[in-house]
Design a protein around this ligand. Sequence first.
Ligand code: DGY
Length: 327
Amino acid sequence: MTAQRPAVLVTRHVFPEVIDKLREHFDVETNDDDAVWPREELLRRLQGKAAAFTTGSERIDEALLQACPDLKLVANMSVGYNNFDVDAMTRHGVQGSNAPDVLTETTADFGFALLMATARRVSESEHFLRAGHWHKWAVEMFLGAEVHGSTLGILGMGRIGQGIARRGAHGFGMKVIYHNRSRLDAATEAECRATYVAKDELLRQADHLVLVLPYTPQNHHAIGAAELAQMKPTATLINIARGGIVDDAALAQALREQRIAAAGLDVFEGEPTVHPDLLTVPNVVLTPHIASATRGTRLGMAHLAADNLIAYLTRGEVLTPVNTPAR
Ligand code: DGY
């Protein structure tokens, strides 16, 4: 008699080769329509499942854990895991894993792309052209902010922040300053050519401020009206971290009143809904949470989540844990 294979749920559509790999070990329920399941449906589909492959938007909290007693592992295919109530998972003996490293350079590339597009008004000028408003070249048309030689501020200096620092310092001759919960070691600071400063100083000095910090309750609205007021009126703000780190309503007002020059946002409070005021101000570049979106990187993230699932359910190991529950 063959032993029953563990059942796992993949909550969104993912690459077929990753599903095939999971099917070598498990009974896999997939979401081929890529529907965003309502909470009750997610709970229903999780019944009897030993593990879930999640994308980072499914809330794994006390109520869900109580309702799904067979769950042993939740593997996010994202580096961020603010959808996890880590303490509740640990209490329930549920292992969590994320997908770090595989997306670092791709996400840093995008952070820099968004910085460039924002500073040099790429979206705004393209909309102008597409709308048929371009009738003559003009000396002062769409003047932007310098990138090379300017001061790059980074709030949150993990691996992605360091990738952005290296691009700015080595590629664009920028002066790099950063603020982080803890200061980097001297060798990493030297490699990134980055100087540690207090948060207030970061806000006051940065020409381009890039947010790359994790979303935690402490970081909710880390950039709100008070912080925006400290920034230079010529500054740009780039958020590739998480919605909720910026107070989007306060940012929209600051952009409308030109209290800062421009913003580039890949993440939003309550996404995929975007604050309506952000949709009406011209000096903001908006993208739909695509910083890690290259085929190679998204495939790497999905494989890492699948490998966590396989390692945990077949060997009791976890490659990239976010907690250490008692077993
Ligand atoms: C991440 O990995 O956290 C990215 O934001 C994609 O969700």
